[in-house]
Design a protein around this ligand. Structure first.
Ligand code: TYD
Length: 205
């Protein structure tokens, strides 16, 4: 699972790892925009098109959780067919962003709620390892602004443009990593070019 704040460079890392693990890896990204009705609702919520629902922390988190529940059979099929499955955001994103929106920490009620809903009730596959791509929030903000300018039909969503939120998300991620929440966490410095061969080895451990 590749995790980090918005603009941390998760997609670039995922693509590099895909190269390093050539032929043995499958990749999927959450939320699944354009694939699942939940993904499309999430996009609308992030861009203020669901009215007050976009402000409902548990409601939005439930959409992400339902997106993953729907994808669970596909993830299991990918796990059967490949040595590695790289997921660009997974359950920990829901824990980190929701807790940060509620001004809670990694040990708070919200993180426990995500665990109970996603792994308990929905039974989504348990992650094997996390890579936390760690970059200073100010660098990540510059990257996501640049991306919003270059990608047509996008624009920074309401969470991406909230620098205080991104800093709190970074703090929750640090707490989840320190506790090895759900699976071991490997912290990667995203302000330099990561050694993907080394990372691929860590994932294989
Ligand atoms: C997957 C996931 C993402 N998020 C948040 C993180 C991001 O701010 C936002 C969108 O995800 P993101 O991966 O950044 O998509 P994109 O950049 O392509 O729009 O959703 C959650 O809150 N919970 C989740 O379970």
């Amino acid at each position: 699972m590749i995790e980090g704040i918005d603009g941390a460079g998760k997609r670039t890392l995922a693509e590099a790892l895909e190269g390093a693990l050539a032929g043995r890896v499958a990749r999927m990204a959450f939320p699944r925009y354009g694939v699942s009705v939940y993904g499309d609702l999430i996009r609308d919520g992030l861009h203020g098109r669901l009215g007050a629902f976009g402000d409902e922390v548990h409601g939005m988190a439930m959409l992400y959780a339902l997106d993953r529940r729907e994808a669970a059979p596909d993830i299991r099929a990918l796990l059967d067919a490949h040595d590695y499955v790289l997921l660009d955001r997974y359950v920990a994103s829901n824990a980190a962003f929701g807790a940060a929106r509620l001004h809670q920490g990694a040990g708070g009620e919200f993180v426990g709620w995500v665990h109970e809903i996603e792994l308990g009730r929905f039974g989504v596959p348990v992650p094997h390892a996390h890579l936390l791509l760690r970059v200073p929030p100010v660098i990540a903000a510059a990257r996501s602004t640049r991306r919003a300018q270059t990608e047509a039909d996008r624009g920074r969503d309401t969470w991406e443009s909230d620098d205080a939120l991104q800093s709190r998300v970074a703090a929750v991620y640090d707490g989840l990593a320190a506790a090895d929440w759900l699976a071991p966490w490997h912290v990667v410095d995203g302000s330099t070019v990561p050694d993907t061969a080394e990372l691929a080895k860590k994932l294989a451990e």
